[in-house]
Design a binder for this molecule. Structure first.
Ligand code: IFM
Length: 435
């Protein structure tokens, strides 16, 4: 095992870049334009404007002293229609980002797909259609041939559960479809895309990033619902990737089953995004749980019951859950390196220090306890290699717009000026101490 945990931060293209440089439309541009889809009516057209503020962001990373930076490539920036030749200007942005990181001694960790499907591919059917997986493999090859001389560690997809089940089950994410059959098809084609993409990048160290949760029934009557939630949230991805099968909650499909041998063993490493456990209990009277139910087809009527203290996402804070999910994966796939590719918390950020910067002691406590949990999993034998904080910047939090702040750097919503929070300084000191 490597002696020192690699420490970094993470962002994603649609959440930070903005549409600068003539980025072509993705499903998130279309979805965000739907009235009521985004809580504050916002979108990612400017976001943190990282497209124009590349050097500033690079310097913030250098100031932290991180080992790695996880970012995503915008597929429509690289391949505007999702097919055909790549746009050299789009690739050039990522090439400059990669060079800027390497110049500062930071390892680039790109993700190829963090939910921004080129709109023309959605018009052709999107993830429920098999051809989208083939298009993804071509895109992966184009990205790898442009950057593979400088980037070794790639993630194909971020959180395919969200793309499949929030995008096609509950419909709270783009493309906003509510159809369980489409959600299961999307899930399979995302896994196929990952496997074909990994094969299209010879010599790369290619993994995939899943959002995993301990799933806990509130009482024995909810054991069956919790099992289904667990199978869709965790088992679907882990079983397919590491055992070449789907759990019971996934409807049988012979064409999908035939792809499983290709999917099995296709991840050279696994990224684990962890935020909170899920407690499955009775449906809540105020109807808040309804979207969650649709995101878990077959689980029946249930609600999620987070226990305080909660973040502003209403997510329960429980660092032991991170240790549990890491140990669970290590038990299934003991030789597959693990990276905590996202961990972090949205808080009100209401307190300020005399110098005006946010004094986010709650976020520091969250990060400190979760980093310790990752270390405990490692000490217990899980091959945990890295820990990356979500997020470097306050950014576009999908259906929540800009109402949720996860950053260790504050971004002024009007000017996009950056100001490090206390958590940024804490992380910098933590990294320095570990060296
Ligand atoms: O902001 C998201 C990110 O895009 C994917 N993982 C969870 C984060 C917080 O919700």
């Amino acid at each position: 095992m490597n002696d020192r945990l690699l420490i970094g931060t993470a962002t994603a293209a649609y959440q930070v870049e903005g549409a600068g440089g003539g980025r072509a439309p993705s499903i998130w541009d279309t979805f965000a334009a739907r009235p009521g889809a985004i809580l504050d009516g916002s979108d990612g057209s400017v976001a943190c404007d990282s497209y124009h503020r590349l050097d500033e962001d690079l310097d913030l990373l250098a100031g932290l002293g991180v080992d790695a930076y996880r970012f995503s490539l915008s597929w429509p920036r690289v391949q505007p229609t999702g097919r055909g030749s790549a746009d050299p200007a789009g690739l050039d942005y990522y090439s400059r980002l990669v060079d800027g990181l390497l110049d500062r001694g930071i390892a680039p960790m790109p993700t190829l797909y963090h939910w921004d499907l080129p709109q023309p591919l959605q018009d052709a059917g999107g993830w429920p259609v098999r051809d989208t997986a083939l298009r993804f493999a071509d895109y992966a090859q184009a990205a790898h041939s442009a950057l593979g001389d400088r980037v070794t560690r790639w993630a194909t997809l971020n959180e395919p559960w969200c793309a499949a089940f929030l995008g096609h089950g509950s419909g709270v994410h783009a493309p906003g479809i509510r159809d369980a059959t489409a959600a299961f098809r999307a899930a399979h084609h995302l896994l196929l895309a990952h496997a074909l993409g990994a094969r299209a990048m010879p010599g790369a160290d290619t993994g995939v990033v899943c959002n995993l949760y301990p799933v806990l029934p509130e009482s024995p009557e909810f054991a069956a619902a919790a099992r289904t939630v667990d199978e869709i949230q965790n088992g679907l991805w882990l079983d397919a990737l590491f055992a070449g099968r789907y759990p019971e909650a996934v409807p049988r499909d012979d064409a999908h089953a035939a792809d499983l041998p290709l999917i099995r063993g296709s991840a050279a490493w696994l990224g684990v995004n962890y935020y909170t456990p899920l407690r499955v209990g009775p449906a809540l009277p105020d109807g808040r749980s309804v979207p969650d139910q649709r995101a878990y087809p077959g689980a029946g009527d249930f609600g999620l019951h987070p226990r305080g203290p909660l973040t502003t996402m209403a997510w329960e804070v429980d660092a032991t859950g991170l240790e549990q999910v890491l140990l669970r994966v290590a038990a299934i796939a003991p030789d597959v390196p693990l990276y905590v590719t996202e961990n972090g918390a949205a808080y009100p950020d209401a307190r300020r220090l005399p110098d005006g910067s946010v004094d986010d002691q709650d976020r520091i406590a969250y990060l400190r306890s979760h980093l310790a949990a990752a270390e405990r999993a490692r000490a217990a034998g899980a091959p945990v290699r890295g820990y990356l904080v979500w997020s470097l910047l306050d950014n576009f939090e999908w259906a929540y717009g800009y109402t949720q702040t996860f950053g260790i750097v504050e971004v002024d919503p009007a000017t996009r000026d950056r100001r490090p929070k206390a958590s940024y300084r804490w992380l910098a000191a933590e990294i320095a101490a570990r060296r």
